[in-house]
Each structure stands twice: as structure tokens, then as C-alpha cells.
Design a protein around this ligand. Structure first.
Ligand code: ATP
Ligand code: MG
Length: 353
């Protein structure tokens, strides 16, 4: 049973933060309606109604039209009346150890967030407790992928756990705080956030900004990573940019052994898969034995990507399950893979090259 919130994103967030389960869909199973006074005309019948006062003339009109409604100014006044459920505790970490995983790219719009979300949703589906964090402070948009809107709280100086929002079973989102000024973010703040999250989640997934080497605080994330997925977007591929991209990651503190390459928006008519991998690795010193390799090839499919994005679905699920096998292995667990659909096994394809 949920609370129906009508017409105000801030209001939805206010109730979510207090632990209420909310919906914007009047067709859901609801037990109360919450709205602001200028929406009083579109309130469904037969439910207890709670109207937040605006301080304007619409309060007067709403009180006249809905004399039975409860009018309130702050959520504290009605929390108890709404029988606030116990705030859902964050479930126990599903493994003993935990991993910090980050996406990485030299430029914007190449698929970092899509990769982070695909991994997060795949891991959560497997019962691996996961938190996905928006560390792209200049262009934060992760919350939008989970239909979360509003002014998210600042976690830099306080408790990051209090700023988490549940997206679905086993998956929490740490949105970027509202109005954060990227130049004021300090590396030690982010380290502190990662330490807090690692205590409670098996996987802490960090979605990052383009050209992270320009932001000193990003080194604090990359130096703590157990795995980094460097995204190379074939539709925006450039030899010059790709060959300096790997060394820059090591410069920020990531370890060579932990770097994996995701080839996104693959189009067989463009540069070959082998060529992309060679180019990515060409900037490393000669004689390095184990160079990063491409672990997933994601075809260009704009329509599918967009259809899935805002519904919490993953396109190319089999490819992501394959990628997550390594994550599971590092956590000492085995994934349950559904075999009812034919697999587009790009890894197998890569091995055959
Ligand atoms: N394989 C794909 N095929 C088609 N479209 C894709 C694919 N991957 C990502 N996209 C689309 O490209 C756009 C940019 O993707 P995304 O937001 O993941 O990139 P980003 O690197 O995180 O960008 P930013 O730097 O702005 O944060 C999105 O609209 C996404 O749906
Ligand atoms: Mg992004």
C-alpha cells in the first residue's frame, strides 16, 4: 500500500525521505492521498486526503472544497496520522567483502551512466546488495534514471547513509547533492562516503564525470577502486584520445590489473574491436604483461537503450551478466544465470578472435 502524491516532486521526495512508499499512479494500491492546495480539484474520492498549505489563496479554496481533508504545513504535523511505517532498514550486506567499482571515460555522452546502471541493476537482480553513487557533480543525472527528482541532501560533511534512496530491492541510489559546486568537493569527503557505503553494501558503484583527471577529488575514488570500467564509444572514437586515456587512469591511482574496457555503441562498419583494444593499450609502457582487455561489446541501439533506461530495465542483459561474473567471483559468490533466452555472447566472440 502506498501514498498517492499528486503533482509535486518536492512533496514526493519529502515523504520518501520519511520512509513512506509513494506513487504518482492513481491506479496503484493506495491508502492516502497527499497533495498541495492548488491541486485540490483532481483528488480521487474515497481516501483520506492530506493537503499541504501553500500560504496563498488556494488554501482557502481547497479548505472550502475539501472540508474533510487534513491541512498541514510541515510533514511532522501529519506523520503519525499517516501511520508512518517503520523506515525500511538497509538490508544486510550480502557478502563479507565489498568492492568499489567505477565507470571512466574521457568525454561526455559515451555511456558511463548507462554502463553503471546496467551493472547496478544486474547485480541487484542477483541479490548482491548494491549502491550506485552519482559522482558526476557537474552533470549529475543519475537520479533521473530512477525517476527520482528534487533537491538531494548534501552528504559531504555528514552521514551518507541518511541520503540514500531505495530504487528497488537490493539497490540504493546516492544522488549528487543539489547545488554542489564541483570545485569545492574534497577528495577526503568522497573517501569518507566510500568508507561508509562499503560497510553496508557488497558493491559500491561510482558513476563518474567526463575527463575526471581535471578534478583532483576524482583521484580519491579511482585510487580506491577494485574494478574500473573504461568506456570507449566507437561512434566517438579517436586514436589520439583513446591512447592517452588508459595511462591517465593509472595516473589517478587506479591499478592496471583492475581496468576493463567496455566498447559501447559498437558498429562493425567502424574501427574493429581488436583495433580499439590495441589503441587503448598503446599508451602503456612496453613490456607490461597483462594489459586491459575489452570485456563487453555493446551494440549501438539507441531506441532500445532509451526504452529501457527509465524503466529500470537492462538492454543486452546477457552481456552484463557475463561482465558481472567477474564481480561475483571477486565477492566469492556464483551468479544464477537465466538460460531461457539465446545468448549474444560477445565474450565468446572475443575469445574466438
Ligand atoms: N549502446 C547504446 N546505443 C544507443 N544509445 C546509447 C547506448 N549507450 C548509451 N546510449 C545513449 O547515449 C546517451 C548518453 O549515455 P550516458 O548518459 O550513459 O553517457 P555518459 O557518458 O554518462 O554521459 P555524461 O557524460 O553526460 O554523464 C543516453 O541517451 C543513452 O541512452
Ligand atoms: Mg553520465
Amino acid at each position: 500500500m502506498k501514498i498517492l502524491v499528486i503533482g509535486n516532486d518536492e512533496l514526493t521526495l519529502l515523504f520518501k525521505r520519511e520512509g513512506f512508499i509513494t506513487t504518482n499512479d492513481p491506479g496503484d494500491e493506495i491508502y492516502a492521498v497527499v497533495t498541495v492546495s492548488n491541486n485540490y480539484e483532481i483528488i480521487p474520492e474515497d481516501y483520506p486526503v492530506f493537503i499541504m498549505c501553500s500560504g496563498g489563496i488556494s488554501d482557502w479554496a481547497a479548505k472550502k472544497a475539501k472540508p474533510d481533508a487534513v491541512f498541514f504545513n510541515t510533514i511532522d504535523e501529519i506523520k503519525l496520522l499517516l501511520k508512518q511505517p517503520e523506515p525500511e532498514a538497509i538490508p544486510e550486506k550480502s557478502t563479507k567483502s565489498s568492492l568499489v567499482i567505477a565507470t571512466y571515460a574521457n568525454k561526455g555522452g559515451v555511456g558511463k551512466t548507462t554502463v553503471a546502471n546496467s551493472l547496478a541493476l544486474t547485480l541487484a537482480k542477483q541479490g548482491i546488495s548494491t549502491v550506485i553513487c552519482d559522482f558526476d557533480f557537474g552533470g549529475a543525472n543519475l537520479a533521473g534514471f530512477y525517476n527520482l527528482k528534487g533537491n538531494f541532501r548534501d552528504y559531504f560533511s555528514g552521514n551518507a547513509m541518511e541520503c540514500l534512496i531505495k530504487a528497488q530491492n537490493g539497490l540504493y541510489v546516492l544522488p549528487a547533492p543539489a547545488n554542489v559546486i564541483p570545485t569545492q568537493v574534497k577528495g577526503e569527503h568522497l573517501e569518507n562516503v566510500l568508507d561508509q557505503l562499503k560497510k553496508c553494501f557488497s558493491v559500491v558503484l561510482c558513476d563518474t564525470c567526463p575527463s575526471p583527471w581535471e578534478k583532483p577529488y576524482m583521484g580519491s575514488i579511482f585510487s580506491k577502486t577494485d574494478l574500473v570500467y573504461a568506456v570507449v564509444n566507437q561512434s566517438k572514437f579517436s586514436i589520439e584520445e583513446t591512447k592517452i586515456y588508459g595511462p591517465q587512469l593509472l595516473y589517478m591511482g587506479a591499478e592496471m590489473n583492475n581496468v576493463r574496457i567496455i566498447l559501447n555503441q559498437y558498429d562493425p562498419k567502424l574501427v574493429s574491436i581488436k583495433e580499439v583494444e590495441k589503441c587503448f593499450n598503446s599508451g602503456f609502457k612496453k613490456g607490461v604483461k597483462k594489459l586491459p582487455s575489452i570485456v563487453a561489446v555493446i551494440p549501438h541501439d539507441w531506441q532500445e537503450a532509451n526504452k529501457a533506461t527509465y524503466k529500470g530495465n537492462v538492454t543486452n542483459a546477457d552481456v552484463w551478466e557475463n561482465v558481472c561474473q567477474e564481480i561475483a567471483f571477486k565477492l566469492n559468490i556464483t551468479l544464477t544465470i537465466e538460460t531461457d533466452q539465446p545468448k549474444k555472447n560477445f565474450l565468446g566472440f572475443l575469445k574466438r578472435r
